[in-house]
Write a protein that binds this ligand. Structure first.
Ligand code: ADP
Ligand code: X15
Length: 398
């Protein structure tokens, strides 16, 4: 692994403004953070810099705002959660550039911690726009990137800043890369991947390379619906990106020629409402009512996934198999997590799982500690697995 600059190389930070990119894109329920893992993982970097007397300025995104500032996607409630986890005050300012941000940074004392508002409230962030990056850079002396889970994005706050300021990897970035290299650098075959979740359009392309690297790919969650639709199945009102059917077909062709088995759901839990306790039924995937949506994979599919896990020496998993936040649509994810955990505990499986919601699902199942490694990253971890360069990591290489 190429060496990159870390906090060990950073030198004296006392009184300096250190811009720290963290991933605070955490699961929320009823306005409260429902899984603290991402905050807990960046706490050591924040505490280390604060203890050394840096003025710690946190940069982060939350969700995918479509059109400028969106109060529903403010980082303000997450500043409070971060303060509870870190055990020190985390101040918040309602902009990430300009006078407001500058004023708040100017009034920091050495050791203070400040969170700036969602960087994605500016479209320029995702374009890695040099003018926007310059505005962010003007408020810092040093840049630390501790957001491995956003390192697959070449955005101003994940990649651009590292060109304008002395740049270092934070402790979590460093630990994630070391752990992935150790667990998956040379994985024992057969390798089985499970990919589910809801981010279909941003994750489907990486499956094209992933099928060349793994022996079997289990597709669940919202991702499966797009593949089922590509096979001519009527998925009713399910989350499905019909315009990606051609991509899904190409992936299935590539998998066949690479010798990678594709496992799609054979049955599903369908409901007419997306809410806790909604009436639901188990149906074959070819019998989904036109006015219903698939919210989980069914018991036959869970049994098939368990069989694949039993055959696997290595498991990589990103994306829940169903809408696990809402009962009873957590069943398949919980059962699969428990099965993978027990194989791991028995010494039969190396299991690596990652992603903001996947980690929350493993915690919900009570088995996160039983996996070989749990990454904060989902898409970034899969792109690393594909062998792709991650822009946010590459730019830190010494
Ligand atoms: N069949 C489904 N229909 C709708 N949403 C789903 C379905 N299956 C899973 N999801 C949703 O996918 C989300 C997680 O997806 P994603 O963000 O891709 O995972 P991660 O954060 O672990 O990378 C969860 O909020 C879950 O409710
Ligand atoms: O939650 C994230 O990724 P993940 O869902 O793949 O775990 C990261 O914060 C990246 O978010 P993005 O996919 O909106 O760029």
């Amino acid at each position: 692994m190429a060496r990159f600059r870390t906090l060990d190389d950073i030198g004296d930070v006392k009184g300096k403004r250190v811009l720290v990119r963290v991933d605070l894109n955490v699961p929320m329920e009823n306005g409260k953070v429902s899984d603290l893992t991402r905050i807990e993982r960046v706490a050591p970097t924040i505490l280390e810099l604060s203890d050394k007397g840096a003025k710690v300025v946190l940069l982060a995104h939350f969700g995918r705002p479509k059109d400028g500032p969106d109060p529903a996607l403010s980082l303000e409630p997450i500043a409070r959660a971060a303060s509870d986890v870190i055990g020190r005050p985390v101040a918040f300012v309602s902009d990430c550039i300009g006078e407001k941000a500058q004023g708040a940074i100017f009034s920091l004392n050495p050791g203070d911690i400040l969170l700036l508002e969602n960087t994605r409230f500016y479209k320029a962030e995702e374009k890695n726009d040099p003018e926007f990056t310059k505005k962010l850079a003007a408020d810092g002396d040093i840049f630390v990137n501790d957001a491995f889970s956003a390192a697959h994005r070449a955005h101003s706050s994940t990649e651009g800043l590292a060109h304008l300021l002395p740049a270092y990897a934070g402790r979590t970035m460093q630990a994630e890369l070391e752990a992935l290299e150790k667990g998956l650098g040379n994985p024992t075959k057969p390798v089985v991947a499970i990919v589910g979740g809801a981010k279909v359009s941003t994750k489907i392309d990486l499956l094209m390379n992933l099928v060349k690297k793994v022996d079997a790919l289990v597709i669940g969650g919202g991702m499966a619906n797009t593949f089922l639709a590509a096979r001519g199945v009527n998925v009713g009102k399910s989350l499905c990106e019909h315009d990606l059917a051609a991509t899904a077909k190409q992936i299935m062709i590539e998998a066949a020629s690479s010798g990678c088995a594709i496992i799609l759901p054979s049955d599903a839990v369908a409901a007419r409402e997306f809410k806790a306790g909604a009436a639901s039924e188990v149906v074959g995937v070819d019998a989904v009512p036109a006015d219903a949506m698939i919210l989980d994979v069914g018991p036959k599919t869970v049994a098939a996934i368990s069989d694949w896990i039993d055959r696997a020496a290595t498991l990589v998993w990103n994306g829940p198999l169903g809408a696990f936040e809402i009962e009873p649509f957590d069943k398949a994810t919980v059962a699969t997590a428990k099965h993978a955990a027990s194989r791991t505990k028995a010494g039969k499986l190396v299991s690596v799982a990652g992603g903001g919601d996947t980690v929350a699902a493993l915690n919900h199942a009570g088995v996160a500690d039983d996996f070989t490694y749990v990454s904060t990253a989902g898409g970034a971890f899969l792109e690393w697995m594909e062998g792709k360069a991650l822009p946010g990591v590459d730019v830190l290489k010494a």
